[in-house]
Design a protein around this ligand. Structure first.
Ligand code: SF4
Length: 64
């Protein structure tokens, strides 16, 4: 699984960083969150899906 953030949509509330800090990290320079890994480890996939579902502006795209 891969996760991408649409920076036109991300509003920087950092919810994804709280749900799955192993994958998402807030970047002060971008005023947005970034994805730390190319490939999401299998054991983190459920939390990445949760982060995507909870992302209010729908900025997180998950690809199988
Ligand atoms: S939850 Fe969505 S809007 Fe909030 S920081 Fe993460 S990607 Fe951006």
């Amino acid at each position: 699984m891969r996760a991408k953030i649409d920076y036109d949509l991300c509003m920087g509330d950092q919810n994804c960083c709280k749900v799955c800090p192993e994958v998402f990290q807030y970047d002060d320079a971008k005023i947005a969150s970034i994805v730390l890994v190319d490939e999401v480890p299998a054991q983190l996939e459920d939390r990445v899906r949760q982060a995507a579902e909870e992302c209010a502006p729908g900025a997180i795209n998950v690809e199988a």
